[in-house]
Write a protein that binds this ligand. Structure first.
Ligand code: GUN
Length: 290
């Protein structure tokens, strides 16, 4: 078998076009542009690239966008003051504090300081709770798992009932919310992680395999059930001669020989995360107006 490539880049481009159209309609009807506020602390190179991309794409969709850059030695009080300023700004509907935050900063304090109705990352406990209670229509759903669900439905159709989904990784940002979304879609869900016994055997049971562990090319050919759909959330930079390249958590060529469909890295899940952030911000603006 040679897997179909799930083109997240093209899917995200179409979604982003629809978001731009909807933002234009909203502005024409109400005079309100969706507003995104992004807080970046420090000079982590990858975070700088992500934040720049998010801000640029928001502007390309006609959003109002504000980026607050704080120095790496900014205090917790300074970061919280920035979040409070965005909370209080009526032109801002969605707030994102880029993670990771520098050592010594209490990331939970900061993410919980974002008002739940502006929490377009879906990190606030109210939004986590709504998702866990099966009220995802009232929640902001974290962007990466939301994007993975769209790609899965594109690959398999809307109805995922009864499929066995295995998620590698139990992070609050990806693994746990992904499990909630797959459960809500009537999948049978297994969360596997670094302490699980026999990861390859667990993964071989998967009709849907979501890899989100941050370990380059951990998942090999014999971990994959023939015909499975593989969603690779990993973005790992590895040395390649005297250069570097990005690889996922899945050994792509090996997995593509087994799977029915697979996301590439780059060009799979990554662009969907940003598109879903814009979608959450558009929704936040709609909710603010209603
Ligand atoms: N860092 C890596 N992924 C994310 C994300 O989805 N949101 C935020 N705020 N920071 C991140």
């Amino acid at each position: 078998m040679n897997a179909r490539v799930i083109d997240g880049k093209a899917f995200a481009a179409r979604l982003t076009q629809d978001i731009a159209q909807a933002a234009g309609d909203l502005a024409a009807r109400t005079g309100t542009r969706p507003g995104l506020g992004v807080v970046l602390v420090g000079e982590d190179a990858a975070s700088q690239v992500y934040v720049r991309t998010k801000t640029r794409q928001a502007e390309a969709c006609g959003f109002h966008s504000v980026q607050a850059d704080l120095a790496a030695d900014a205090s917790q009080a300074e970061i919280l003051a920035q979040v409070e300023a965005l909370n209080a700004d009526p032109a801002i509907h969605g707030i994102l504090v880029q993670l990771p935050l520098p050592k010594g900063i209490d990331a939970d304090r900061v993410t919980q300081a974002v008002r739940a109705e502006k929490d377009v990352d879906g990190f606030h406990y109210l939004n986590i709770g709504r998702l866990g209670a099966g009220k995802q229509d009232q929640a902001f759903v974290p962007c990466t798992p939301a994007g993975c669900m769209m790609l899965l439905r594109d690959a398999l159709g809307a109805d995922l009932s009864g499929r066995h989904a295995v998620i590698l990784g139990r992070s609050n940002i990806v693994g746990k919310p992904m499990a909630q979304l797959l459960l809500a879609a009537n999948c049978t869900v297994t969360i596997a992680h670094s302490r699980s016994a026999d990861l390859p055997a667990l993964c071989r049971g998967a009709d849907i395999l979501v890899a989100a562990v941050g370990r380059p090319e951990l998942v090999r050919r014999d971990w994959i059930k023939p015909g499975a759909v593989v969603i690779d959330v990993g973005i790992n930079r590895v040395a390649s001669g005297d250069k570097s390249r990005l690889v996922g958590d899945v050994a792509y060529d090996e997995a593509a020989a087994q799977a029915q469909a697979i996301t590439p890295v780059p060009g799979g899940v990554g662009p969907m995360t940003i598109a879903c952030l814009l979608l959450n911000t558009l929704r936040a603006a709609h909710r603010h107006l209603n």
